[in-house]
Design a protein around this ligand. Sequence first.
Ligand code: NAP
Ligand code: MG
Length: 402
Amino acid sequence: MKKIAMKTPLVEMDGDEMTRILWREIKEKLILPFVDLKTEYYDLGLKRRDETDDEVTFQAAEATKKYGVAVKCATITPNKQRVEEYNLKQMWKSPNGTIRAALDGTVFRAPVLLDCIKPAVKNWQKPITIARHAYGDVYKAAEMRTEKPGKAELVFTDKEGNETRETVYDFECGGVLQAQYNKDTSITSFARSCFNYALSTKQDLWFSTKDTISKKYDQTFKFIFERLYETEYKQAFEQAGITYFYTLIDDAVARVIRSKGGFVWALKNYDGDVMSDMVSTAFGSLAMMTSVLVSPDGKYEYEAAHGTVTWHYYRYLKGEKTSTNPVATIFAWSGALKKRGELDSLPDLTSFGEKMEKATLDTLSSGVMTKDLIPLVEDGVAVREADTEEFLTAVSSRLRDL
Ligand code: NAP
Ligand code: MG
């Protein structure tokens, strides 16, 4: 069989622990037999990050800017315990944070759905993709507590030293206060990423804030989205047959619960944090959640939403079989291959990415699945627990037949 050719390399970012094992197996069983794979390889495993003083992470981010499509394995974000475990020079920052900062992107998370696993919300038939703005607001806020009465003010001083003041509250007792900010540039990037993602996946885009209450802060978000839509995206949305829809966050929550799914829901940082946990839990499992970082200028980095599955790795090291779910990592690869195929006009590569997904879903639908999914399956559906290797072998043999 002739292997499918590629033009531009994918930026391949290897990672840590159990997901590093999945990574190798997915490549060996599902990709290399079929595709003449071209990648530019960066080892973001913790050991290599430490050896290069994290330079390798920055290089991988730069390569993503250059080539446009990356696929990333889950990586350890070191804490104190990891510094000891790996004898690290320092507590390196989260690679995801570094890459997100370099690409100025927004993270889109969507569940992989199966007929035999019903979402907690009965009427959801299609995935709901959460787009969370990952900058500013309460995550970068200044906070204060006062034990005494007194006046709290918001003061802005411009470069010339002119002050603008706003009274927050004249406290007659102790209390708390907080000042948040965001930047027009960051909000614009967020909006652009959302419009581009909706277009690239042909789904409606919803955006919600509380602009009726927050008449400057949240309204700025609303206006930036609106202006960008009217001036740059409206025509493309109409051509693609999709809509942009703004509504208040409380109205959005009610509509999301009553919806059939099948749209992108853009949210401010805190709202996105909370709602993504709600939506992913209602759909089933983190191991079935795909994640892609999209930059405002259309660069894509695909990954799984879960971590490195440490406990499975420790069992693997002892020579035990593990039943680790590779679905999110398979979909990271298929997503990246499909996007590369689309950008390089290689329909065979795009359709191969689709086949990888179909083979995976067919395997799951046949009842062959990893341990984590078994308790989620509807009553009466026959299932067989597979270890990771058996599962990937089953997917691979289906892939050969497609
Ligand atoms: P985790 O690796 O997602 O695992 C938490 C638990 O969820 C696992 O112990 C396992 O439960 C279950 N699980 C997650 N993914 C699974 C899969 N594919 N198949 C089967 N079960 C799965 O989160 P964590 O333990 O909090 O973090 C471990 C490491 O990952 C940390 O060092 C953290 O820094 C890193 N991390 C990286 C990323 C990223 O790179 N995107 C994201 C999050 C965390 P059972 O043990 O009960 O089977
Ligand atoms: Mg959270």
